[in-house]
Design a protein around this ligand. Sequence first.
Ligand SMILES: Cc1cc2nc3c(=O)[nH]c(=O)nc-3n(C[C@H](O)[C@H](O)[C@H](O)COP(=O)(O)OP(=O)(O)OC[C@H]3O[C@@H](n4cnc5c(N)ncnc54)[C@H](O)[C@@H]3O)c2cc1C
Length: 270
Amino acid sequence: MTELATDPRKISREAPQYNATLIRREDETESLCYVWVRFDGDPTPFDAGQYMTIGVIADERLVQRPYSVASPPHVAGSDGYEFYVRLVNGGQFTPLLWRLPVGHPMRMIGPKGKFLLEPDDERTHIFISSGTGNAPFVAMMRHLLKEGGPRPVVFLNGVSYERDLGYRSLVEGWERSREYPVTYIPTVSRPKDPANASWTGRTGRVESILPSVLDELRLTPDNSIAYICGNPDMIISAEETLLARGYPEAQVKKELYWPKGKEPRGAAAA
Ligand SMILES: Cc1cc2nc3c(=O)[nH]c(=O)nc-3n(C[C@H](O)[C@H](O)[C@H](O)COP(=O)(O)OP(=O)(O)OC[C@H]3O[C@@H](n4cnc5c(N)ncnc54)[C@H](O)[C@@H]3O)c2cc1C
């Protein structure tokens, strides 16, 4: 059992495997936070959409997990690599991460992953995410902005509660100022919960609102490409919708955060 308050594992402060440092942390809620990890030496280049694996030594074992990078590649040497992480109660690594003070050494390796933007793609990009699955899309948009070539994006993010909408102010700010051509479509799956009392936006799981979004925005295989990231059930369902509408498989890119069938205890969204 690795519940946060009772986790007895001893985290090592020193270890030969450590090559990076937790340099910053910001909490979005009690169970969602942004962390920044920087290599102690030179940064490793990566492409927006890829992930790094971060870990610490606990009870003399390296405990590590992969996380999509949310920051753009060009700031890796200064700001480090930004991650948006959900605490999984009963999980192995995230309860350790939650206990880690800023300044603590860590192990970081990578990059890995093929969840990447196509070169020179002018089609509308449909970014479909559940929970923290929005992280690689934030990296992609930040990178495209830096490169001076933002591509049109329809950005769907599904969460249980309004408060879990990470990066909301960033993306809404882009949309409002038109700094980035994005249509932001957040949705909450538990509209009747008192925590969502002030919510006036879309309701339902992200995969369930996808058909109406495609219809309303007239998105078709001829004018768009889809990227899906997060919870495996959501990904499978969203992919079915897209394939049924004629999107070729190569036009539906996927990043699964865990294998299908391994649901979290307490059933949190990704
Ligand atoms: C390529 C890749 C990129 C990833 N990027 C991110 C990311 O940017 N942010 C992030 O929070 N997680 C991300 N994950 C998931 C992450 O690697 C861990 O699985 C997660 O943090 C749980 O680790 P743990 O050791 O605490 O739990 P474990 O003991 O490993 O338990 C794993 C179980 O936790 C549940 N779980 C895993 N991830 C989540 C999640 N995000 N939300 C809710 N339940 C989950 C699943 O049921 C899974 O079977 C990514 C996974 C992959 C494969």
